[in-house]
Design a protein around this ligand. Structure first.
Ligand code: ATP
Ligand code: SF4
Ligand code: MG
Length: 341
């Protein structure tokens, strides 16, 4: 099946007092309809920056390179749009309509002084094909009805009551459901969920994960699920991409990567994961390198228990370790061919 999203060598550069840094560095992946790609890595490895680059929401002064092809419904005859090449106006049209996003803390994304229903209505109105042109635009009654439907779809109980309430009157779990309703209000094909359950307690977290899984199935969404929690990713993802210092260092089917990690960093994450580790937890020694002081070769080299002299010579390519399973480490014996993406 043709991918919904085909990201090729995406790089994000940000200006800092010590020069340009690359929080996202040469990242490539694909996302198919109905598929969940889990994106994991320690804090600061570039997960959020990658999703912001796809949404066109990077900080001022940022520059992007590479390609991110979206199988957009409004791409005209082309069928695909390169998000990286779009201007601000086109990106505004794309957000919500083609790609929706939910964040870790819905309070920062919701407007505290607007009722929930009004905010969902806004999300719907922003993407109506005829909005602002009069005539065929749906009236307020119809938009209100659609907003209630969107809340129902996100399993918000008593949607009419909740629509009249303000964000602070909702629990964390309900706020996240309201965010999901807003993110899906314009029927995007792709949903990016950035740590959507991190701030929630375990029971509510499970409910939100089940909701996302159901919506993905029913709507055929491509879901990019960002988390630092390997236990969560094991529950929701089909494939897993592991990021370190801006690069994908391992990618493959989630069961295989978790059972048989090929990159020492993934191995380290598993040993340090309270959700998946039955034996004693072993935190990864050392810290993530600063983006303005990356090691010359493999970025994990200063922390890697298997490092050798040649690891510092050049950044390792992604190597095919098993069918559809790649890792960026010189210890991987390539099974078929060495690949560059
Ligand atoms: N405006 C900025 N200017 C320069 N560097 C920035 C800026 N914003 C973020 N960064 C850096 O970009 C890198 C990637 O940050 P990002 O927020 O994407 O990480 P993350 O993987 O989402 O982390 P977390 O798990 O904590 O959410 C970090 O090293 C961060 O310090
Ligand atoms: S390339 Fe070398 S330093 Fe990097 S992860 Fe592999 S063994 Fe460790
Ligand atoms: Mg983040």
């Amino acid at each position: 099946m043709a991918p919904l999203l085909d990201v090729c060598q995406l790089t994000v550069e940000l200006p800092t007092p010590s020069g340009w840094v690359r929080p996202v560095n040469d990242v490539s992946f694909q996302l198919a309809p109905g598929e969940t790609l889990g994106l994991v890595g320690e804090s600061g490895c570039g997960k959020t920056m990658l999703s912001l680059a796809l949404m066109g929401l990077l900080p001022p002064g940022a520059r992007r390179a590479g390609e991110a092809w979206l199988a957009a419904r409004n791409a005209g005859g082309a069928g695909r749009l390169n998000v990286v090449a779009l201007g601000d106006r086109e990106l505004v049209a794309l957000r919500g309509r083609e790609i929706g996003m939910v964040f870790q803390e819905p309070m920062t994304a919701l407007n505290p002084v607007l009722r929930i229903g009004v905010q969902v209505e806004e999300a719907i109105r922003a993407h109506l094909p005829h909005s602002g042109r009069g005539g065929s635009a749906p009236g307020p009654g119809e938009i209100g009805r659609r907003a209630l439907q969107a809340l129902e779809r996100a399993a918000v109980p008593e949607p009419q009551l909740r629509a009249r309430q303000f964000p602070h009157q909702l629990s964390g779990g309900l706020r996240q459901r309201a965010m999901i309703a807003m993110a899906l209000a314009a029927d995007p094909q792709i949903l990016i969920a950035d740590e959507p359950t991190t701030a929630l307690d375990v029971t509510v977290q499970k409910q939100i994960l089940e909701l996302l899984a159901r919506l993905r199935r029913e709507l055929g969404l491509g879901l990019l699920f960002i988390t630092h929690d390997l236990g969560v990713v094991a529950q929701v993802a089909d494939r897993l991409a592991v990021m370190y210092a801006g690069r994908i260092v391992e990618e493959g089917p989630v069961v295989e990567v978790l059972r048989r990690p090929r990159h020492p960093y993934t191995e380290g994450l598993l040993r340090a994961s309270p959700q998946l580790r039955r034996r004693k937890l072993e935190p990864i020694a050392g810290v993530v390198p600063r983006l303005d002081a990356l090691p010359p070769g493999c970025a994990f080299e200063p922390r890697c228990p298997y490092r050798r002299a040649e690891c510092a010579a050049a950044v390792p390519e992604l190597r095919l370790a098993a069918p559809e399973h790649r890792a960026r480490c010189i210890l991987v014996e390539p099974v078929v061919e060495e690949v560059t993406r």
